[in-house]
Design a protein around this ligand. Structure first.
Ligand code: ZN
Length: 214
């Protein structure tokens, strides 16, 4: 602290920098180190020097010729860039999740809960698929019958179509389709060109050949 009067602006500057806490805030230190302005690099060096340990942050900043307004503007820009960088890293992970949501997946058959068979009534026609009697359980009366699950046909799993919204988002993100725009598909029929506009993005999934009707 120098001998000059410690005015209101200095108190505001001090309070601002104390809040920012550059001595222990890693984000602020990183931004200072990455700054293209040598005054901010100098500020970072000084706040870490033992001989400035007791000096107020505002005093050090002013010694580096940085005004409160400059510091405030610099941090606004730096924190915005930092936030964007964090969002960009996060968006990669979120995109992976959306892709996962969009994919068609195998899930346990909801009809038979993944058993492959369901309970059946006695007396069904003999050619009913998988129609058979279960081993009787000790102490229980009555015979129990089962038949093949008609939904998964003993596969135990069924395909579950991915989330439609996630599919739209991935197609938009990848640039294959424009957000909210009709899908333009050009088809060729023996040299003749035929352009079709579809409103539903999911309709893309059904178009895989040159001769399919739209
Ligand atoms: Zn089933």
């Amino acid at each position: 602290m120098d001998g000059r009067k410690y005015g209101k602006m200095d108190r505001v500057y001090s309070a601002y920098l104390d809040e920012l806490n550059p001595r222990s805030n890693d984000d602020v230190q990183l931004a200072l180190a990455a700054s293209g302005d040598i005054r901010f690099k100098e500020f970072l060096e000084r706040i870490n020097m033992p001989k400035y340990r007791r000096a107020s942050l505002a005093t050090i900043a002013k010694a580096c010729n940085i005004t409160l307004t400059e510091f405030n503007n610099w941090w606004n820009r730096a924190s915005t860039q930092r936030a964007i960088a964090v969002a960009q890293v996060g968006s990669v992970m979120i995109t992976r999740d959306i892709i996962e949501d969009a994919r068609t997946q195998n899930v346990f058959c909801p009809r038979c809960d993944g058993l492959g068979f369901i309970a059946a009534q006695p007396g069904l026609p003999a050619d009913t698929l998988g129609y058979r009697m279960l081993e009787p359980i000790d102490g229980e009366d009555g015979l129990r019958y089962i038949r093949n699950c008609p939904q998964c046909n003993t596969e135990k799993v069924v395909r579950k179509v991915g989330d439609a919204k996630a599919r739209d988002q991935i197609l938009e993100l990848s640039g294959l389709v424009k957000k909210g725009a009709a899908v333009q598909i050009v088809q060729n029929f023996g040299g003749a060109s035929h352009a079709s506009a579809l409103s539903g993005l999911n309709s893309l999934n059904t178009i895989d050949g040159v001769s399919e009707e739209i």
